[in-house]
Design a protein around this ligand. Sequence first.
Ligand SMILES: [Zn+2]
Length: 324
Amino acid sequence: MLFRSFAITKLTVYELKTRIVQRKLDMLKRIALLSLTFLFLAPVQQDNPVGPELYRIVQGIEGLHDAERLSYIKKELNKLNVIYRVAKFDTTIRQGGESKQISGENIVVRVGRGGTGKHVVVGAHSDAVPNSPGANDNGGGVAVLIGLIKTAKQQQWNFTIDFCFFDREEDGLIGSAVFVRNSRDKERHLAMINLDVEGTGEEVYVGPVGKGDDNFIMPLVREAARQTGFAFEERSVYPPSDYQPFAREGLENISISIVPKGDADKITDLLRGTQPTKESFPEVLKVMHTERDSAVYVTPSALAMSHEFTKTVLMLLNESQKVE
Ligand SMILES: [Zn+2]
């Protein structure tokens, strides 16, 4: 310490001034470097502002009860200034030999006038199982659907798109079944895209493939995988979800999820009846339907991935239906 202060006293005024100028120059260099770094990073951030926006919606909906979830969705749609239709239903289902009364409401936003007169449905269920915050299942799907409505209303479409928030999926795909039953335009149906579980992971998992009700949409989904360059897994099996009432009527459909790497195989094995071990149990299912399904396990990047992928499929669908 003493040695150092002795050295400084030996410095001439000229040397001190030179050092101060040098320091100022160093600081300017640092500022210039930081600005350059920011310039290079900025386009990446600007490219994907959608992830954080969708994540905010997941945080807003998680933990809400079903009626509150519906109110929350309506509030978000009002912010977007879009007109929505509320289709309430009250239906009886048979479960385990007993009749059960189920009521709920589907919220539908129609976008595009559609020169071809064809209809596309993009659906995500709004409800959650009791005692689960329902962030990934299916707050993520709801968020992506809201994001897609925002994007779609700025485009020209050669068909109409019904963005549907289906209610009571967890009670046996009720809302989507009611929607299909009440749809009078089955001959105009072009495709249904189901979004269920979109918030965790880095791979696009698509299915069920090869059942004959996906012949038209699958080539476009594969092209979307090529264009986006996302890790892509298509499988012949897919867990039960809102695509099933469409499939039962032979209506073209596909489901898109975002899952952690390796889960597409694990889910396939599970659906084929393989007894799972702790290691082979799908990561996504460990959290889904539990009290742990909170936004903590959801990432903005997974939501952005689902949004980008589904948007690309919709654009390709639009190109395929050009009105000459
Ligand atoms: Zn679900």
